[in-house]
Write a protein that binds this ligand. Structure first.
Ligand SMILES: Cc1ncc(C[n+]2csc(CCOP(=O)(O)OP(=O)(O)O)c2C)c(N)n1
Length: 789
C-alpha cells in the first residue's frame, strides 16, 4: 500500500500507522533506558538506535522471509520490526546474558547492538531460512559488514540461475531474496564500502544498501568524511542508466515517514525484480543521545544542531504527520508513548531479573559450599556483595582452594567438584563454537592408485578434482582473479568455465576483501564457495575480513551461524618479494576459527578440499606455488579420497632426529634427509599438513620420543609459524620430556624474500642450511662421531 499518496486512511492502515508509531516509541524508550543502565553501572557499554527508528521501520516493511540483513549497531528498531528482537532480549544483550535462549544474537559474547538471528539449530544443522527473516551476525569494525553483504546478495543470483538448486527451497525461492545492508554515513569512507558498491554493480545482484546519514562519525562531521558531503552524490557515477548496469540511487529524509515508505518500497521492489543493486541514502537523521555511552556529543555539536535534532526527531515528525493527517489525536499518541515507556521498563526489569537470577544461583551455591567447608570469611565476602558476578565467585573459590592446598576433606572436594563443573559451563559460555562442535575433520579415505596411474603435473590433479566436484555438487562455485576464462594463473581450473559456465567458475575484479566477502555471504546461504586469492602475499587485503568476519562468525554468534567457505591460495616460494612470502605465523594468529591447510602437494590438497567440502568450518588452503608443475601420480579415487585434517604424517622414517615441516620446505627437508643419511644421520620427517588444527594425535611428539631431537623448519620469519609449532610440540604435546638436545627452528631471514634464484637462496632456508643445522645438532651431542664442519 502506498501511504504517501493517501490523505484519508482506513482502519487497517490506521492500525498499521499506530503500530509503527508504538514500535518507534518502544525502541526509543529502550535506547533511553539503555543509556541509563550503562551510566548506572549495570552494563558496560551502550550504543543505540535512537533517531533511526522510522527509516528502519520502512526497511522492515520490505523485508520478506528468506531475505538477509548485513548491518551495524544502530538497527535495533529494524530487528524489532521484523520480529527478531524483543526489548527483553535487547537488554539481555546489554547485560551480556550468556544463555542464547535469552540473548540469541551472541549469547552475551558481543556488546549490545550487534544483532544476529539463529539460522542453525541446536545440532548445528541449517534451519529452513526461508521461513525466517535473517540477519547475519554483526561485527564492530565499521564497514566490515559490507563484503559479506555482497555474497549474501550474490547467493540470490546464483540460486536463481542454477536450476539444479531450485529444489533447495530451505535456502532460496529461486533467488527471489534481497540482501539489505546498513551502514553509517561516515563508515562509507572505508574502502570496503566502495569495493562492495562497485562489485555489486559489476555482478548485478539484489543488494539494497541503506546509508543512515546523521552527518557525523562520532565527532567528525561529513566534510571530513565524504566527497561532496553526500554519499549519493559521490556515488552518482555508478548511477544506472537505462539498458546499462550500475546502481539505482534513491534518497529520503529520515524524519519523513511517507517518503521513507515510498522510497523503500520502490527501491526494494526494483532490486528484487531486476536483481540490481540499489542505494537508499537516508539523510537528515538525528542522534538524540549522541554516539554512544562513551562521552557526550555536546562537546562537538552546536546548540543549533541539537535544537534541530529536537524539532526533526523522527518520532516527533511522525506524530505531527499523523495528527496533521487527522489519523489520530495528540492524546492518543501520548498514550501510546506512555504505554511504550512502561513496556520498555517492564521488559528491561525482566531481563535484569533473569540475568541476575542465574548469576545469583552460582553465588548462592558457592556461599553454601564455602560455609560447609568452614570458609566463612570468604562466604561472607560473597554474601555482602549484592552485585557479585561469576568473576567474584571464581576468584573467591580459587583463592580458598589455594589457601587450603594439601588439606583433604569431602567439603573441600565438593568445592573442587563444583568448580570443575562451573568451569565447564563457563567454557561452553565463553569458549565453545570456535570450530564446529562436531569435531569430524579427522575423517579419512586413503588415496588409491591404479597399476597404470599416470604421472601428471600437480595442477592436473587439482583440475580433475575440481571437475569432479563441480559435476557432483551444484552448490560449489569457484571464483577469483583469472579463475574463469583462463582457468587460473596456474591452470588448476583449466577448461572448467567452458564446461560449467560463467556462473560457477568466474573471474572477479582485483578486490581480495570482497572476494572473501562473496565467499562468506554465499556460504552463509548454504552454498559451497571456493574463493581464490591469487597469491598468498596479497592475502593481507583480505586478512582483516577473514579475521573479523569469516573466522569469528560461528564463535560470535555462539553457534547460531556458520560460513563454511574455502579460501584457496598459493604461496611459500617462487620468485621475488611479492610472490614468495609465507607469513603463516601472522595468518594463523589472526584466523583462529578457520582451518589452515598447508598441503605438500596437490594430491594432499585435493584430499583436504574434499574433507572441507563435507565439513562445517571455514578454511584457508595454501597450495605450494612451486608444486603445480611437479609430477604426481594421478589417484584413481580422486573424488572420494579424503585427507584427515589435524593429522600430521610421518613421510620418512628415521631414528636420530625429528624434523617437522610443511609445504614447500618439506621437500627440502626430504632432500636434506637424503644427504644426511650419507653422513650417517637418520632423519625422521614429519609433515604437519595442517597448522590449524595442528597434529591433534601427537605424531610429532611421538617421533621425538623416539629420536629425542627436534628441528622445526619453515619459511616464515623467526618467531612466526615455527615458534607456534615448537610451542605446540614441546609444551602442548609434552615433547619437552623426551629431548636430549636443544630444539631448533630453521626459518627465513627477517626481510621479505629477495628476487631471483640467488635472492631466494640467501633469503629462505636452503637444503644446505637444513643439512648443516641438523648436522650441527648431532655434532653438539657427539662431536667425535660428527666433527664440526
Ligand atoms: C574500522 C573501525 N574504525 C573505527 C571504529 C570506531 N568507531 C565506532 S563507530 C564510529 C563512527 C561511525 O560513524 P557512522 O558510520 O557515521 O555511524 P553512526 O555511528 O554515526 O551511525 C567509529 C569511528 C570502528 N568501530 N571500526
Amino acid at each position: 500500500m502506498s501511504l504517501a499518496s493517501k490523505t484519508a486512511v482506513n482502519d487497517t492502515a490506521k492500525q498499521m500507522l499506530l503500530d509503527d508509531y508504538f514500535l518507534a516509541c518502544l525502541s526509543r524508550e529502550a535506547s533511553l533506558l539503555g543509556r541509563k543502565e550503562v551510566l548506572t553501572g549495570k552494563a558496560k557499554f551502550g550504543i543505540f538506535g535512537d533517531g533511526k527508528e522510522l527509516a528502519q521501520i520502512a526497511m522492515a516493511k520490505q523485508f520478506q522471509n528468506g531475505d538477509w540483513r548485513s548491518g551495524y549497531y544502530r538497527d535495533q528498531t529494524f530487528m524489532m520490526a521484523i520480529g527478531q528482537l524483543t526489548v527483553q532480549q535487547y537488554f539481555a544483550a546489554l547485560y551480556a546474558h550468556t544463555d542464547t535462549e535469552k540473548e540469541p544474537s551472541s549469547g552475551g559474547r558481543q556488546m549490545g547492538g550487534h544483532f544476529s538471528t539463529r539460522v542453525l539449530d541446536a545440532n548445528g544443522d541449517w534451519k529452513n531460512v526461508m521461513e525466517m527473516k535473517n540477519s547475519s551476525s554483526d561485527i564492530s569494525p565499521t564497514g566490515g559488514q559490507m563484503p559479506r553483504l555482497l555474497g549474501l546478495a550474490q547467493a540470490s543470483k546464483y540460486y536463481k540461475a542454477n536450476t539444479d538448486l531450485h529444489s533447495r527451497t530451505q535456502f532460496s525461492n529461486k533467488g527471489n531474496e534481497v540482501a539489505f545492508g546498513t551502514i553509517g554515513d561516515s563508515s562509507t569512507s572505508e574502502g570496503l564500502f566502495w569495493e562492495t558498491m562497485n562489485a555489486s554493480a559489476v555482478l548485478g545482484v539484489p543488494m539494497c544498501m541503506c546509508v543512515w546519514d546523521n552527518g557525523w562519525g562520532i565527532s567528525v562531521p561529513k566534510k571530513y568524511q565524504t566527497a561532496k558531503e553526500s554519499i549519493s552524490e559521490s556515488l552518482s557515477g555508478m548511477q544506472s542508466e537505462p539498458g546499462a548496469g550500475g546502481i539505482k540511487i534513491f534518497k529520503a529524509k529520515g524524519w519523513d515517514y511517507a517518503e521513507l515508505m515510498l522510497k523503500f518500497e520502490q527501491a526494494v521492489k526494483h532490486s528484487r525484480t531486476h536483481h540490481q543493486p540499489v542505494l537508499i541514502h537516508v539523510e537528515e537523521l538525528t542522534q538524540p543521545q549522541g554516539h554512544s555511552t562513551s562521552g557526550s556529543h555536546e562537546r562537538y555539536k552546536t546548540k543549533e544542531l541539537l535544537e534541530w535534532y529536537e524539532e526533526f526527531d523522527c518520532i516527533v515528525q511522525f506524530g505531527k504527520f499523523l495528527t496533521d493527517k487527522k489519523v489520530v489525536k495528540q492524546e492518543e499518541l501520548d498514550e501510546l508513548r506512555a504505554k511504550a515507556k512502561a513496556k520498555a521498563r517492564t521488559e528491561q526489569r525482566a531481563a535484569w531479573d533473569e540475568f541476575r537470577a542465574q548469576i545469583q544461583a552460582d553465588v548462592n551455591a558457592a556461599i553454601s559450599l564455602l560455609e560447609a567447608a568452614g570458609q566463612n570469611e570468604a562466604a561472607s565476602t560473597l554474601k555482602n556483595n549484592s552485585e557479585a558476578i561469576r568473576k567474584d565467585v571464581f576468584e573467591t573459590i580459587r583463592k580458598v582452594l589455594r589457601t587450603v592446598r594439601g588439606q583433604h576433606s569431602s567439603e573441600i572436594q565438593n568445592i573442587k567438584n563444583w568448580l570443575a563443573a562451573a568451569q565447564e559451563r563457563m567454557h561452553k559460555a565463553y569458549s565453545s563454537e570456535l570450530y564446529s562442535e562436531r569435531h569430524d575433520l579427522d575423517r579419512s579415505v586413503p588415496v588409491q592408485y591404479n597399476s597404470d596411474s599416470e604421472l601428471v603435473d600437480g595442477r592436473v590433479v587439482l583440475r580433475d578434482f575440481w571437475d569432479a566436484k563441480l559435476a557432483e555438487m551444484p552448490e560449489v562455485l569457484m571464483f577469483g582473479e583469472d579463475v574463469g576464462k583462463i582457468g587460473g594463473v596456474n591452470q588448476t581450473c583449466e577448461g572448467l568455465q567452458d564446461k560449467y559456465g560463467e556462473l560457477r567458475v568466474s573471474d572477479t575484479g582485483i578486490r581480495e576483501a570482497t572476494i572473501v566477502g562473496q565467499a562468506i555471504g554465499l556460504a552463509m546461504r548454504g552454498l559451497r564457495p571456493v574463493a581464490e586469492i591469487q597469491y598468498l602475499d596479497y592475502i593481507y587485503y583480505a586478512l582483516q575480513i577473514m579475521r573479523d568476519d569469516l573466522a569469528s562468525v560461528r564463535y560470535r554468534s555462539a553457534g547460531g551461524q556458520m560460513a563454511p567457505a574455502i579460501i584457496s591460495t598459493r604461496g611459500h616460494r617462487l620468485e621475488g618479494i611479492w610472490h614468495s612470502g609465507s607469513p603463516m605465523g601472522a595468518i594463523i594468529s589472526s584466523v583462529r576459527g578457520m582451518v589452515v591447510c598447508v598441503p605438500r602437494n596437490m594430491t594432499q590438497a585435493a584430499g583436504m578440499y574434499n574433507n572441507l567440502l563435507k565439513g562445517n568450518d571455514p578454511a584457508l588452503v595454501v597450495e605450494c606455488l612451486n608444486g603445480y608443475r611437479k609430477k604426481e601420480k594421478m589417484p584413481s579415487n580422486l573424488s572420494e579420497m579424503v585427507v584427515p585434517i589435524g593429522v600430521a604424517e610421518v613421510v620418512k622414517l628415521g631414528s636420530d632426529i625429528t624434523v617437522v615441516s610443511y609445504g614447500s620446505t618439506l621437500h627440502l627437508c626430504l632432500n636434506a634427509a637424503d644427504e644426511l643419511a650419507n653422513m650417517g644421520i637418520s632423519v625422521e620427517v614429519v609433515d604437519a599438513q595442517t597448522l590449524l588444527p595442528f597434529d591433534t594425535t601427537g605424531v610429532s611428539a611421538s617421533s621425538v620420543q623416539k629420536t629425542n631431537r627436534l628441528v622445526v623448519v619453515d619459511e616464515d620469519v623467526e618467531g612466526g609459524a615455527s615458534a607456534y609449532l615448537l610451542d605446540q610440540i614441546i609444551n602442548k604435546q609434552g615433547a619437552f620430556n623426551y629431548l636430549d638436545a636443544q630444539p631448533i627452528t630453521i626459518t627465513s631471514k627477517p626481510h621479505l624474500p629477495a628476487y631471483s634464484t640467488d635472492g631466494d637462496y640467501f633469503s629462505k632456508p636452503s637444503v644446505d642450511d637444513i643439512v648443516e643445522a641438523i648436522y650441527g645438532v648431532m655434532s653438539e651431542g657427539n662431536p667425535a662421531r660428527f666433527p664440526k664442519i
